[in-house]
Design a protein around this ligand. Sequence first.
Ligand code: PMP
Length: 414
Amino acid sequence: MTALPLAAAPLAASVAPAPRLLDLRSEFPGVPETWAYLDAAATAQKPRAVIEAIARAYGEDYATVHRGVYARSARMTEAYEDARACVARFIGADAGELVFVRGATEAINLVAQSWGAANIGPGDRILLSRLEHHSNIVPWRMLADRVGAVIDVAPLTEDGRIDEAALIACITPETKLVSIAHVSNVLGSVADVSRIAAAAHAAGAKLLVDGCQAAPRMALDMAALDCDFYVFSGHKLYGPTGIGVLFARADILAAMPPWQGGGAMIEEVHFEHVSYTAPPLRFEAGTPHIVGAIGLAAAISWVEQVGIAAIEAHEAALTALARAELESLGVRIFGPSHSAGILSFAVGEVHPHDVATILDEGGVAIRAGHHCAQPLMRHLGVPATARASVSAHTTPADIARLAEGVKRVMRIFG
Ligand code: PMP
């Protein structure tokens, strides 16, 4: 892994110089030099180290976990539990506080159906923000409809951040849960989690943080954030799909009723009654995504080797570069002037799908649509946006391609 001085980059003149850029492209077999993959916020491309770890886990290491008495299975169990410990260390938590799930969506549904159903009742309130992803809205709407709870929605600032003072003012004695995104998947806005945690806790509410877009791009420490639940998906953190993480504080997890029933989550089963094992396995019914967990641990090891601070600085430099390029073309950029790795934009009145299609013809992959955030689109007054998101392998040349593509859109649409 090498670092490239940003000063050597072709478009560097338009942004404040950052000390070093990462040079990791050759580690991503899925991203040829000729392709600007700017859709990492949807899913990250995988470093070779992760692909190889997955191949090994499905190859010479493969066996089930938690059941087999033979040596291979014992080793696989150890690798699966080591993966849990690795993820826990990465976010400053204990392994016992980490439940492996399919992804952030499943993690939020787990909390809603287990903790939520046990702790939220008629007249209780759940506080969200206007920029949430559907996976941090729909599970709460479903729960609220089932138990007769109320959903409150905190407003945004003019520049598209969660208005933290207004959110705190929305917390009432009936508020049982505040659930917000750490980083918006549309605007890249970053929330001050510990400030919101302090206010939620002062009112006796719990705080869930959707860390899908934060986990790949900033250092996380559960103790410092002081949240009660934190969720993210492995596939956005350079790991495989189908694996994600629910962190819940140990005392909360211990009191939560099981969610799905089946093998691996029980102590004793009788037809008349069942007793359940301790967390985190209580919430991992059935054969887990063994290889997914191992692949996620490999991704985290890769990120740790590169350095999450280096990734954050690299993304900040490239996001600033992209912002400067797009602004110089007169493109409308949504969201705050400092966004974490993500830029939503509009090219005049051109539909974002047309923008993305024309960019694709020039070898640039961006996302266009509502980004599973329809309430935010309504707030912005648009049906959709174009969204470019950077990651550890993004280069200034990718950003130059993006700018060229946008110029082409402008030429085509006059
Ligand atoms: N929250 C945010 C902020 C996201 O960006 C995403 C993925 N787009 C999700 C939740 C859902 O993640 P997944 O589909 O991996 O469960």
